[in-house]
Design a protein around this ligand. Sequence first.
Ligand SMILES: [Zn+2]
Length: 427
Amino acid sequence: MITVKVDVSPDSKLIVEYTWNLFCKHFDIVYSCANESYDLTIGFGPDSDIQLSEDFYNKLHNKDYMWKSHFTNSPIVTLDNGQPDYLSSAFYLVNCVQELKSTDIDSIGRFLYQQSLQNHFNCVKKDLVSGYFSKLKDSVPTLKKIAYSEEKSKFFISHDNDTFHASFLQDGFWALRNGRFDVILKLMTAEALRNPGWINLDKIMDINDEHGIKSTFFWLVNKGNTFLKKGLKNADYNFDDSYVQAQVKQVESRGYYNGLHKSISKETYKEESERLSFTPIANRNHYLRLNVEEHYNELDNANIDLDFSLGFAEHYGFRNSYGVPFHPFDLAAKKTNKVLEVPLAIMDTTFHTYLKTPRKDIANLMIDFLDENKNGKLLSVLWHNKFFTSYKFEGYLTIYKTMLAYFKQEGINPVDQNEIAETYKNH
Ligand SMILES: [Zn+2]
């Protein structure tokens, strides 16, 4: 147990205490705050054991959130004397401060990777925050002597169920282009029997069972076109249809999990979650479309404990430069949100739709990234149900299995959503 005195202006105190708590949880350090007889001080003054940049907090209070206001040569806040301020840098990155009030958004309202600091500094594949925390710990003698050994990373698997019926169109188009009329006939028969190849949750669970994985399946309650943009669709199924409900039950009965896949709609998260046939404790937003200023408060209002949405659609890696679950801090309300955010590291469509990576190269890219992050992280992976199918998505199943083989070889074990909630409940 160490005691610490946080000596900053009242308007900055909650932010600093939040980040200090995040740092301590990262290393399992037990601490208390005190104004007398303390082991170390955190403050703006040059005599502090951990000195912070007052300028950084002034900018935050003035709602100056753009990364260009805070960083020049590297994504790190510096003191007047040029020394790094790791704690403030961590706060900025973890909470996606660059996204607040940002107008760098795409046509559906998503913060653009292209305009991000991660793109500018070429660091999206790195968990910078864990690195900053380690450097901070090593730079303060009182902290350095606290023993800590980093554990092997763990991985979490989930699936977004967007489409069950598009096989007929999408695989059919593939079959036409490839002259596979036998396949077209097969697809027509399957669709007529209401048993299309993309209703494959049983097959996904068979594969996951072999690896001890109990994954989460996210469900959309809204179907068809969205109000936002032409061609931007929610589910191609009716959540209430009996064959869909049979899938939901099958997931439950096999010990897997169902969650909310927040659709693109004007409904609140709470309204959508009340339309589900189960009580969700986890969510992921469709298209990873979210606005950090509203997202976490919406989740808290809906009593959703876990969120898996925080990733860039356009690039794998870490949207907030941190590979560990955390409770976000709401700068406007100056409070910590209840929901636990589990950053998303890898998504199949990033390679398929955004990066357009040749299939033969995907597994290697993924493994290079995972290998750089094999310690101290929770590696969250999204594989849509349709990426387990043949024809149009041929090859993605092999990539998925290669990833699982890598995890096994490295002793990186799976965790399910309940284990995540339990592990990080006091963070
Ligand atoms: Zn989706």
